[in-house]
Design a protein around this ligand. Structure first.
Ligand SMILES: CC(C)(COP(=O)(O)OP(=O)(O)OC[C@H]1O[C@@H](n2cnc3c(N)ncnc32)[C@H](O)[C@@H]1OP(=O)(O)O)[C@@H](O)C(=O)NCCC(=O)NCCS
Length: 208
C-alpha cells in the first residue's frame, strides 16, 4: 500500500490544500481533475477524469483528500472515494490553532491562521478557511464552508452544506440551518432558518 495522498480537485482550492498537506510533511502523488484541468497543480501531476480514482486505488493508493470548493460536489466525490475503499485524510495547517478539546471529522480542511476554540465540533468535509475564528462550543456541520476571516462567537451551530461568505460574523448562540448561503460581510444576529441566501448587516433573506 502507498502512503502518498491523492487529491481530488486541481483548482485554486486544491493548490492551497496541497501546500497544507506538504506543510504537514505529507506527499501528494496525484491530483484527479476534471476534463479542463491543467497538467500540473502546484507541481503535482494531474490525471483528468474521476475514473482515475479507481485505477489509483488498484495501484495501491488508499488516502484521499477532496479539495473541491463546492460543498455538494465535495460531499459526493468524497462518498464515491469512500465507496471505492479510500480513507479521507485531514489537511490542517500547522499554523492553525485548534483547542485540544476540538472534535474533528474526516476530510476536513483548516487553513493557516484559523482558530478553533474549546469543545467545538467540526464535522467531516468542512472547510475552515484562512484566518477564520470559531469560538467555544460551536457545531459546524458536514461539508460546511466557513470562508476566510469569518468570526463565529460561542455556541453557534451551522447546518450541513451551508456556506458563510468571506468576513461574515455570527453573534453567540445563533443557528444557521442547512443549505444556507451567507453573503460576504454579513452579520448574523437572528437564527437563519430554511434554506436560501441571506446578506447584509443584519443578515436578511435575499429575495431576488
Ligand atoms: C451573497 C452572494 C452569494 C449572492 O450572489 P448572487 O446570488 O449572485 O447575488 P447578486 O450578485 O445577483 O446580488 C443580488 C443582490 O444582493 C446584493 N448582495 C449580494 N451580495 C451581497 C453581500 N455580500 N452583502 C450585501 N448585499 C449583497 C447585491 O447588491 C444585489 O442587490 P440589488 O438586487 O439591490 O442590486 C454573493 O454576493 C456573495 O456575497 N458571495 C460570497 C463569496 C465569498 O465570500 N467567497 C469566498 C470564497 S473562499
Amino acid at each position: 500500500m502507498k502512503d502518498e495522498i491523492v487529491v481530488v480537485g486541481a483548482g485554486g482550492h486544491a493548490k492551497v490544500c496541497i501546500e497544507i498537506l506538504r506543510e504537514m510533511g505529507e506527499t501528494v502523488a496525484y491530483c484527479v481533475g476534471d476534463a479542463n484541468a491543467l497538467d500540473r497543480c502546484v507541481g503535482v501531476p494531474v490525471l483528468r477524469g474521476d475514473e482515475n480514482l479507481m485505477s489509483l486505488y488498484a495501484a495501491g493508493y488508499r488516502r484521499v483528500f477532496v479539495a473541491i470548493g463546492s460543498n455538494r460536489l465535495r460531499n459526493s466525490l468524497a462518498t464515491s472515494a469512500i465507496d471505492i475503499g479510500y480513507k479521507l485524510t485531514n489537511a490542517i495547517h500547522p499554523k492553525a490553532i485548534l483547542s485540544p478539546t476540538v472534535r474533528c471529522g474526516e476530510g476536513v480542511a483548516v487553513m493557516a491562521g484559523a482558530v478553533i476554540n474549546a469543545e467545538s465540533t467540526i464535522d467531516s468535509l468542512a472547510i475552515i478557511n484562512t484566518g477564520a475564528t470559531i469560538d467555544h462550543d460551536c457545531d459546524i456541520g458536514r461539508a460546511v464552508h466557513i470562508a476566510p476571516q469569518c468570526v463565529l462567537a460561542g455556541n453557534v451551530k451551522v447546518g450541513a452544506f451551508s456556506f458563510l461568505g468571506i468576513g461574515s460574523k455570527v453573534i453567540p448562540e445563533r443557528t444557521i440551518a442547512e443549505n444556507i448561503n451567507l453573503g460576504a460581510g454579513s452579520v448574523v444576529i437572528d437564527d437563519l432558518l430554511g434554506s436560501g441566501t441571506f446578506v447584509g448587516v443584519p443578515a436578511r433573506r435575499l429575495n431576488k
